[in-house]
Structure formats: C-alpha cells, structure tokens
Design a protein around this ligand. Structure first.
Ligand SMILES: C/C=C/C(=O)SCCNC(=O)CCNC(=O)[C@H](O)C(C)(C)COP(=O)(O)OP(=O)(O)OC[C@H]1O[C@@H](n2cnc3c(N)ncnc32)[C@H](O)[C@@H]1OP(=O)(O)O
Length: 298
C-alpha cells in the first residue's frame, strides 16, 4: 500500500522519510502542541494509516517546534466532545448529563485511545525535545522507545490542578514508585539526563542530532523481521501486563475521575485553574465562558 497523503491531517503531519519508516509529527507549535480533540483523532488516524500500511515497519512520533507537547489542550478553542463519526471507541453518550458525558470523553480520549497506541503492533519511537508536560508524557510513554534531546524536560503538574496525575497513569512503571511519588507530589521538572538514569528514556542526544539519531535507530530496527518485532513487542508488553499494569492503571483512572468530580464540587470546573500559567489560564477562562454560553443557548 502507498503511504497516504492524508489531507484530513491538519494538526499532524505524516511523513515517510526512509524505507519502512513512518514519521508522525505533532504540528501545532503555536500552541506548543497542546493535544485537543482534533489533534487526538488526527493522531489516531495517522497511527492507523501507519498500522495499515504493510510497508511501514517502524513508527516515529515527533513534534514540530521547540516543545514536544504542553499536555492536554486547556484553551478549548476546539470541540470539547468528539463526534460519534470520528470515534473508534464505543463509549458514546458524550452529551450525557452530569458525569456521564465527561466520563465517556475521558475514557475514550485519554485512556482507551492511549492504551491502543501503546499496543500498536509495530515498534514506535518517541522523539522528544523541550517541554513535555502532563498529557504530553502519555504520548511519549505510549511509545516503545523514547529518544530525547538534551533540552528535553518532563513534568506532571496535575496536582497543582487538584488532580492526582494524568489519566494514562504509567508514572510508577516509568520512573519507579518512589521517584514517581516525588515527581507527582512536587510537580518538579525532571531533566533528560535524570529521565535516562531512571530508565524512562533510551537515549539523550544533542538537540541538533535528535531527528537524525532517531531516524537511524528506526531504520536499524526496520531492517529486522517485521513479524519477530511484533512478537517481541507483544512479549515485553505482556510482562508488564501480567505484573498488573493494566489493573493498576484502571484504578488510577477511576481515582482521576474522583479528582474531577471533587473539583467540580469545590471549584465549579473540572480542574482547579488557580495555578495554571497566565497564558493558559487566560485561554481556559475564555473557553469556559464560551462553553457556558453555548450550553446556555441550547
Ligand atoms: C489531566 C490533565 C492533563 C494535562 O495535560 S493538563 C495541561 C498541563 N499543561 C500545562 O499546564 C502546560 C502549560 N504551558 C506551559 O507551561 C508553557 O506553555 C510551555 C512551557 C509549554 C511553553 O512556554 P512558552 O514557550 O513561554 O509558551 P506560552 O507563551 O506559555 O504559550 C504559547 C501558546 O501556547 C498556548 N498553550 C500552552 N500550553 C497550552 C495548553 N496546555 N493548552 C492550550 N494552550 C496552551 C498558550 O496559551 C499560548 O497561546 P497564545 O499564543 O495564543 O496566547
């Protein structure tokens, strides 16, 4: 199958820079690649294109601009809820009252979809530079390997939003339980070097060499037997799963829902917005006003 030049992709680019290698690029640098509903479904579409193309053996997930991903889009310039046409998940009831709609959205957009990307039956490599925040880590963690630039830095600031951590709660599996707790409790950055020491990333390379290094690694892997790669990935993932990863993450996801409901009861919104950076808080406040007006008009 020819790689698709997919015109539907506006916030994500799909490239085939080397034989048997697809490179999917988050392409919203003006918003620091914040991941909203549109980007999520375009990313899902790009991953599916790569999965369905027999000629693609390895997939790179990269990002345009200075930062890999500023996490979930808190600016709300996009539809809050997916339409049933674009969803692959079966949750539905996005317009449901109370928590019903939000639960479906969270489950589909942040948990199930990320788990599906983690289980893509081809090797995936994240190529990370600059800031990688909260939901941004979920994108990197969904990949099998992570190569990062020496300027990469990672944090999960969700406790500052009165939330217990991003939805795809791989933190303890990525950093070890003790470091994961400190990272979450403080909301501090960890550097690329620290992430490598913890085993969260495979390689740290100079920023100028990031793309070429990742491509070379991808090409080396792409030269191996495609089916054996798939089996090796499945075997490694099964080791984590038989140690309880999936069950622990399901529990964490439900606790995350409790965090949102508590915020709704205490702050009248999904998250406590008081500690957000000024530009993001401003965008969010505008989005909240729009959303309230839209709902009022219904
Ligand atoms: C369960 C929750 C999961 C989550 O993922 S919640 C999201 C958590 N993420 C954050 O709190 C990230 C906040 N963003 C930042 O800290 C900074 O940004 C960066 C360090 C990533 C980059 O800093 P700099 O280069 O100085 O950019 P800038 O002026 O802060 O932002 C540039 C434009 O990007 C928009 N933006 C940044 N992050 C987000 C976001 N997460 N959602 C929506 N928009 C975002 C801003 O508003 C602004 O936009 P305009 O130029 O139009 O004013």
């Amino acid at each position: 199958m020819e790689p698709r030049n997919d015109a539907a992709l506006t916030q994500v680019r799909y490239e085939t820079p080397r034989p048997h290698v697809a490179r999917i690029v988050l392409n919203r640098p003006g918003k620091r690649n914040a991941q909203g509903t549109i980007m999520t479904y375009q990313l899902d579409r790009a991953f599916r294109n790569a999965c369905h193309d027999d000629d693609v053996h390895v997939i790179i997930l990269a990002a345009e601009g200075d930062h890999f991903c500023a996490g979930h889009d808190l600016g709300g310039t996009e539809p809050e809820f997916p339409t049933t046409e674009e969803t692959v998940g079966l949750w539905g009831q996005y317009g449901g009252p109370g928590w019903e709609g939000y639960f479906s959205r969270e489950r589909e957009l942040y948990f199930d979809i990320t788990e599906r990307w983690r289980n893509i039956p081809k090797p995936t490599i994240a190529e990370v530079q600059g800031a990688c925040i909260a939901g941004g880590n979920m994108l990197a963690w969904a990949c099998d390997l992570i190569v990062c630039a020496d300027d990469a830095r990672f944090k999960d600031n969700t406790i500052d939003m009165a939330m217990p951590g991003a939805e795809f709660f791989a933190h303890p599996w990525e950093l070890g339980v003790r470091k994961a707790k400190e990272w979450l409790f403080t909301g501090d950055w960890i550097t690329a070097a620290d992430a490598e020491k913890r085993g969260m990333v495979n390689h740290v390379v100079p920023r100028a060499e990031l793309a070429d290094f990742t491509l070379d690694l991808a090409s080396r892997i792409a030269g191996k037997d495609r089916f054996a790669l798939k089996l090796a990935k499945e075997a490694c993932n099964a080791a984590q799963d038989s140690a309880g990863r999936r069950q622990a993450m399901s529990t964490a996801f439900m606790l995350h829902q409790i965090g949102h409901m508590q915020n709704m009861m205490v702050h009248g919104f999904l998250i406590d917005t008081s500690n957000l950076t000024p530009s993001v808080r401003q965008a969010l406040e505008a989005a909240k006003r729009d959303s309230a007006a839209r709902r009022g008009a219904q």
